[in-house]
Write a protein that binds this ligand. Sequence first.
Ligand SMILES: Nc1ncnc2c1ncn2[C@@H]1O[C@H](COP(=O)(O)OP(=O)(O)O)[C@@H](O)[C@H]1O
Ligand SMILES: [Mg+2]
Length: 261
Amino acid sequence: MTKIVIDKVRHKYRPARGKPVLALEDVSLEVRDKEFLALLGPSGCGKSTLLYLMGGFLPVESGTISIDGKPIAGPGPDRGVVFQHFALFPWKTVRQNVLYGLERQGLAREKREAVAKKFIDLVGLSGFEDNYPSQLSGGMKQRAAIARTLAVDPSVLLMDEPFGALDAQTRALMQSELLGIWRASPKTVVFVTHDVQEAVYLAGRVVVMSARPGRVKAIIDTNFDKTAPDVLRSAKFGDMVDQIWGLVKEEAIKAQMGRGT
Ligand SMILES: Nc1ncnc2c1ncn2[C@@H]1O[C@H](COP(=O)(O)OP(=O)(O)O)[C@@H](O)[C@H]1O
Ligand SMILES: [Mg+2]
């Protein structure tokens, strides 16, 4: 089943100062219901732009994007977003941050509290409910942001390099926790990263984008059993990373050369 259909999308930024930038050109892609899809590509290839278009934060000016058969018209509670820089309210505690999204859903107070608790537990933050973001580590902030997004139960999760700002250890931990959460309650996830290992580990399909203007260069099936504890060191995993890295590298080189001209 198809969840999101992206059809011939082109996006040009027209900054008030400076030249227009063609960020995306003729992007067509189908995201399946409840799949974990990674978008991979060199910096500046339009990954965030594509995610913002799906989120409804940027208008689709050329081509179409539809979710469940309906063209998107602005952001909606059906799509939850998690960005690289944790967008928590600094003046609210973890619990208040998670409750925030639930307040608009019209649930009774007790129910809201129960849902917030469930998701705070799920991301391993129980005991920190009353902490403010300034009292949390980077990894904990990102967990809180994920809990807040998951609590409203969006059918689509849009994540833009959510672990990019974390140290390697925290990042590895968060990756396996996210996979655990997704396996326990699958949703349609579009996960932007420039890290090939991360893409192969998390996603069932990896979309490699070309250097700007971004296009779909290749779609690779990475859906094999990754539950073994040493999967990251397996030959199959390594081969897949090498193959995809080859594709990304070509584009990264093009992006570099483009900058030089
Ligand atoms: N608001 C903007 N105005 C002008 N150009 C932009 C704007 N946002 C992004 N761009 C440009 O569009 C291209 C794609 O950006 P982006 O989607 O952020 O790429 P990525 O997320 O893959 O690094 C880049 O060249 C970037 O500089
Ligand atoms: Mg980006």
